[in-house]
Design a protein around this ligand. Structure first.
Ligand SMILES: Cc1cc2nc3c(=O)[nH]c(=O)nc-3n(C[C@H](O)[C@H](O)[C@H](O)COP(=O)(O)OP(=O)(O)OC[C@H]3O[C@@H](n4cnc5c(N)ncnc54)[C@H](O)[C@@H]3O)c2cc1C
Length: 362
């Protein structure tokens, strides 16, 4: 088949690589001039364990399977990564009950090695921590997300696939059993299959597909996640997370592959795409981080970057799952739409890609 993948973020690149491995002819259309300039370059670069998501959800399945696939891929393609482990910490009895529930959910989701430990055991691992107990996830890690995307691109191109940069897709319609796709500048080409991996642009693009019912396009709700970098000497070796908050995992401490620490992301509901980080948000960061790291020095946080989560649910709603609308659901052959691929989309990408390519055959 001739397959068009729209979007060269981590999900589009993973789908394109999987389609090329299956022997399809693959073109990726990317509106920007490089790979991974969207959500995929504005995240925590954490390889998630998979314990937060409800049993049977799309996120639970792809996060756990995708994580295992990702570690194998990193090893075989020499993508820099580290299985550094993570602690989810409890500051009081109510939070302890919450993290115990996460441990139970994680075991149900088949996450390996989860262990509840006491405050002293947590401090033996990370002496600066303040907590009464923690959930240790040894399978959680960090990855160089850009190196991962470069490796996906390399394999796609080795198998004859190509990426067309500065190429915005403006619409598509069924014609003579194929998808007639309209590109910016007025060009039109036909494909057997089309996969919409446009991230924050997925809804607008789906609405521009003449035969795809507008009623199937979910609302796009944007939740910005701001990060602050730590200007002092790093003190933690593992990722440190508080108990989760509404719509996010709580302001956590992530480390990069050089060992540097940063904090975030928080949750800021926005109406328009905007990538500025308001320095005043530091006040709430100090407050939240000091609940588990009282030693955080004054004046040590500097505004860093932010990313925008393409959510399908708002602040007062139950967290929506990833939405993959495939031919079996909507009835149009050769079309897969991917909506709401927020966290853990990076971790899940290789697993999502396998399923998407299977949908193209169905
Ligand atoms: C703050 C934050 C933290 C996160 N942390 C993690 C984490 O630690 N671990 C994890 O697993 N996941 C994390 N995620 C989730 C992860 O980053 C995303 O799920 C993933 O990057 C989504 O990739 P994507 O390819 O779908 O989107 P994108 O990377 O945004 O790619 C979409 C691409 O489509 C292009 N495009 C849009 N419209 C068109 C069009 N009409 N024509 C052509 N091209 C188009 C865009 O230019 C863009 O390059 C985080 C997300 C956020 C926001």
């Amino acid at each position: 088949m001739q397959v068009l993948v729209i979007g060269a973020g981590v999900v589009g690149l993973a789908v394109a690589r999987a389609a090329a491995r299956k022997g399809h002819e693959v073109i990726v259309a990317e509106a920007a001039s490089a790979i991974g300039t969207g959500i995929s370059s504005r995240n925590s670069e954490v390889i998630h364990g998979g314990m937060y998501y409800p049993s049977g959800s799309v996120r639970a399945r792809h996060c756990v399977r995708g994580r295992r696939m990702l570690y194998e891929f990193c090893a075989s393609h020499r993508v820099p990564h580290k299985k550094c482990g993570k602690l989810i910490v409890a500051a009081n009895a109510a939070e302890l009950a919450k993290i115990e529930a996460i441990a139970v959910q994680g075991r149900r989701n088949d996450v390996e090695g989860l262990e509840m430990i006491g405050g002293n055991a947590a401090r033996a691992l990370e002496p600066e921590l303040s907590c009464i107990g923690a959930l240790h996830s040894p399978q959680t890690g960090i990855i160089d997300g850009h190196a991962f995307m470069l490796a996906l691109r390399g394999e796609l191109e080795d198998r004859g696939g190509a990426i067309a940069f500065n190429t915005k897709v403006e619409g598509a319609a069924r014609k003579d059993g194929r998808w007639q796709v309209k590109f910016g500048g007025g060009d039109e080409f036909a494909f057997d299959a089309v996969v919409n991996c446009a991230g924050l642009g997925a809804q607008a693009l789906a609405r521009a597909m003449a035969d795809y019912p507008a009623t199937r396009v979910p609302r796009l709700i944007m939740a910005k996640g701001n990060y602050f970098s730590f200007t002092g000497r790093p003190v933690f070796k593992r990722l440190i997370y508080p108990t989760p908050v509404v719509a996010g995992l709580g302001v956590h401490i992530t480390i990069d592959l050089a060992g540097r620490m940063r904090f975030g992301p928080d949750v800021e509901w926005i109406e328009r795409e905007d990538y500025t980080v308001d320095p005043r948000r530091a006040v709430s960061f100090y407050e939240r981080i000091r609940t588990y790291w009282p030693g955080l020095p004054d004046g040590s946080l500097a505004p860093d970057y932010c990313g925008i989560r393409p959510k399908l649910s708002g602040p007062k709603e139950a967290q929506a799952d990833f939405l993959i609308d495939a031919p079996a659901q909507h009835g149009l052959p050769g079309l897969v739409q991917m909506f709401g691929i927020e966290s853990p989309g990076l971790t899940s990408s290789l697993s999502l890609a396998e399923d998407v390519v299977d949908h193209l055959d169905s």
